[in-house]
Design a protein around this ligand. Structure first.
Ligand code: PGA
Length: 255
């Protein structure tokens, strides 16, 4: 199975910073291409919408891929300010992140909206990174697995099962670990990733192996221990993906 290093830039980076990011990666082009080809790895970046075309052009010569942080629940029409899956595909986006906890909590996206977004994205041949994860309170109340199970069941139950191996990637991101500097320990992450695999098979009837990324305060320092875990297939990284030097180090972690 492939390993994925996905940078979620959130609402960060100027055009100048983006140019600097890719200038550095271009100086390390041979190392990056060694990693991507010999280690069966994918290096993806999700910038702000308005930078998608720019980042796509910078990514292509490096064999990296670009995607969006969100997409609309609607296919087209009078939805001022929304961005459609069709438009994302049209400008060359490869994937879209759906269900990030910031979208769920700040923008009140519910299971049904997430399901609609996933279905539309898949129908336009975008790959989907579907995020799940519990809050600190839910973990302390020992409800982490059941919360994640509900998130998976409610948004994925009706999705075509053949989409899973290649089109849908899961990202387990405990909410208490996002942007806090407190990452799950490799054991905690592995335990949840194994539970997620069980839920996919037993509750959703998905028998193929699905890539599951870990996200939440991943850094060049802690990524290696996380990647060693059997059921972790990569990382979804916010803060530590903004600097090219760090991003390259994240890519260098061995599976
Ligand atoms: P972080 O964010 O790496 O800054 O914790 C991860 C994410 O929100 O995807």
């Amino acid at each position: 199975m492939k390993t994925y290093i996905v940078g979620n830039w959130k609402m960060n980076q100027s055009t100048n910073e983006i140019n600097n990011f890719f200038s550095f990666l271009n100086t390390e082009k041979s190392e990056l291409s060694r990693i991507l080809s010999s280690e069966n790895k994918e290096a993806w970046i999700a910038p702000q919408f308005i930078h998608l075309s720019m980042v796509r052009e910078l990514c292509t010569p490096l064999a990296m891929k670009v995607g969006a942080q969100n997409s609309s629940t609607h296919e087209k029409g009078a939805f001022t300010g929304e961005i459609s899956s069709k438009a994302l595909k049209d400008i060359g986006a490869h994937f879209v992140i759906i269900g990030h906890s910031e979208r769920r909590s700040i923008f009140k996206e519910d299971y049904k909206m997430l399901k609609d977004k996933i279905q539309l994205a898949l129908s336009f041949n975008l790959k989907v990174i579907f995020c799940i994860g519990e809050t600190l309170q839910e973990r302390e109340e020992k409800r982490a697995v059941s919360v994640v199970r509900t998130q998976l069941e409610e948004s994925l139950r009706d999705i075509n099962k053949t989409a899973f191996t290649s089109e849908i990637i899961l990202a387990y991101e405990p909410v208490w670990a996002i942007g806090t500097g407190k990452n799950a320990t490799p054991d905690e992450a592995q335990e949840m990733h194994a539970a997620i695999r069980g839920i996919m098979t037993n509750n959703l009837g998905i028998n193929s192996e699905v890539a599951i990324l870990y996200g939440g305060s991943v850094t060049p320092t802690n990524i290696q221990e996380l990647m060693k875990q059997k059921d972790i297939n990569g990382a979804l990284v916010g803060g530590a993906s903004l600097k090219a030097e760090d991003y390259l180090k994240l890519c260098q972690a061995k599976k």
